[in-house]
Design a protein around this ligand. Structure first.
Ligand SMILES: [Zn+2]
Length: 490
């Protein structure tokens, strides 16, 4: 503590006002300290284990205005510390309130408890948001019409920053029991202020919301390094997950801004998610191998051949497929169910295979039924005992659960952003249209209803109404394709 001559009046005056402020203004916690429990008890009650309070912390508060701040650091939007010549104050609420600690300067871990976990801490997200960009480091700050030299400054985002003035008169301290010398800006350093008014609180809340969105997106990626490569602000505006694919696949596109992607004569709208904008691009079976520009990236389509399957069915079963009226009526239901999809990703983890089963027809088989060309089989057929429980491949909303003529008891699950999974020929349905399902929920039982030669599950994905290879999804998800790991599976 270094009292100065011209501060003497302040020392006496503010001590009185501060004491009054403590009684009137402070929350129940501190009032308890003063009137109901001893300092020792209150220290045990109030202090987080990692930051032990100094004995007699409440007495120190009275001396505050005369202290001189040596340095400060904000570890994220909520947490920070100011080191004084005689102690340290910390904040947990973005500088709205401060409290004394006995430590000289708190360890970072004590201030951001989630810093060590696999989840993204706020400080890591701020770093991710600013990676590649330079933040301001002003040597002076404007408060109203006064220009103040700055001893130290720190910007957390491009707009939000803190500064410690070179001289700290403390004249504004009287009415504020949590007085601190820091200045804050929410407009990138154009203007600074020493009070936490509503505008500051709103700016912090808006930034917190942005970081929450960024976290939601960042946590989809397989690891932090991959997320940094995709989300860091100095990376490409466009990303393809993956960059190389084959016909029958699906590619997830990320862009930094809104817009549309032109692909194979169609236009796909990028939907906001996290800090970016996404859409799926279906690679139809007719897509020719080659290099296709997508934004500033190139999507490589590799050549891929599928095998041929010859299937014998009874005439009775084959004649089933001639009831075009019934088939068309079903198609209308299916089209309606797949026409609207949640405008966000409804899943947050890997997709699972809905049953173990034996793979009887792989994806993409060109099928001849009774020696006549039929179609390419854009699904996997997994044979299993009748009654085997069928699991939802991932979280989503049941878009359709119905008995359909060709596919029997069928379920379509919406996974958001135009992606659906389809389950057919089940003996029994265990969900109804509109149900929310979690990955692994039992949605039905294996059967042989509809156009089917024996108990099996016909399973596939649809991306924007084009069938997509299920093998890309199993034990993976589109955010993991950014590494290209799923691109060459059969
Ligand atoms: Zn099938």
């Amino acid at each position: 503590m270094k009292p100065r001559k011209n501060w003497n009046w302040l020392l006496m005056g503010s001590a009185f006002i501060l004491a009054a402020g403590v009684v009137v203004g402070l929350g129940g916690k501190l009032r308890l300290d003063f009137f109901h429990v001893s300092d020792k008890e209150s220290a045990a009650m109030e202090s987080p284990a990692s930051v032990p309070a100094a004995p007699g912390a409440s007495n120190e508060a009275v001396k505050l205005p005369a202290r001189e701040a040596v340095q400060f650091r904000m570890t994220d939007l909520n947490h920070g510390w100011i080191e004084y010549s005689d102690g340290t104050m910390v904040t947990d609420d973005g500088g709205a309130t401060w409290r004394n600690t006995g430590q000289s300067v708190p360890a970072a871990a004590a201030l951001s408890p989630d810093g060590q976990s696999k989840q993204w801490s706020v400080s890591e997200l701020i770093e991710l948001q600013n990676s590649g960009g330079t933040l301001p480091s002003p040597k002076q700050a404007t408060i109203g019409s006064t220009l103040v030299p700055v001893k130290q400054s720190q910007f957390l985002t491009k707009l939000i920053g803190w500064a410690l003035p070179a001289s700290q008169p403390g004249a504004h301290a009287e009415a504020d029991e949590s007085h601190h010398p820091l200045l804050v800006t929410i407009d990138g350093g154009l203007t600074w202020q020493d009070v936490q008014d509503q505008a500051v609180q709103q700016a912090f809340a808006a930034e917190t919301e942005q970081l929450k969105k960024l976290r939601e997106e960042a946590e989809r990626f397989p690891d932090k390094e991959t997320a940094r490569q995709v989300l860091g602000s100095n990376v490409s505006a466009w990303r393809l997950f993956p960059e190389s694919a084959s016909r029958g696949d699906v590619v997830l596109v990320r862009h930094n801004g809104p817009g549309t992607v032109k692909w194979l004569g169609k236009s796909y709208t990028l939907e906001p998610f996290g800090a970016g904008y996404y859409t799926y691009l279906p690679i139809t079976m007719q897509t020719k191998p080659g290099a296709y520009p997508i934004g500033d990236q190139t999507l490589t389509i590799k050549a891929k051949e599928f095998e041929t399957q010859y299937l014998k069915v009874t005439e009775q079963l084959e004649s089933m497929r001639q009831d075009t009226q019934r088939i068309n009526a079903d198609q209308k239901k299916i089209d309606a169910a797949r026409s609207k999809s949640a405008e966000t990703f409804l899943f947050s983890s890997d997709f699972i295979q809905p049953i173990e089963g034996i793979l009887t027809t792989p994806y993409g088989y060109t099928r001849y039924v009774n020696d006549k060309f039929d179609s390419a089989h854009m699904a996997v057929d997994l044979a299993a005992d009748e009654g085997t429980p069928v699991k939802a491949t991932n979280d989503g909303i049941v878009a359709l659960a119905d008995n359909l003529y060709l596919t029997g008891n069928s379920v379509y699950i919406d996974h958001g952003m135009g992606l659906f999974s389809q389950y057919a020929h089940m003996s029994e349905l265990r969900v109804k249209t509109g149900d929310k399902v979690k990955r692994g929920d039992i949605i039905g039982l294996v059967g042989t209803t509809g156009f089917s030669t024996g108990p099996h599950l016909h399973f596939t994905f649809w991306a924007h109404n084009v069938q997509a290879n299920p093998n890309l999804f199993f034990n993976s998800n589109p955010f993991h394709w950014v590494k290209g790991e799923s691109a060459s599976k059969p």
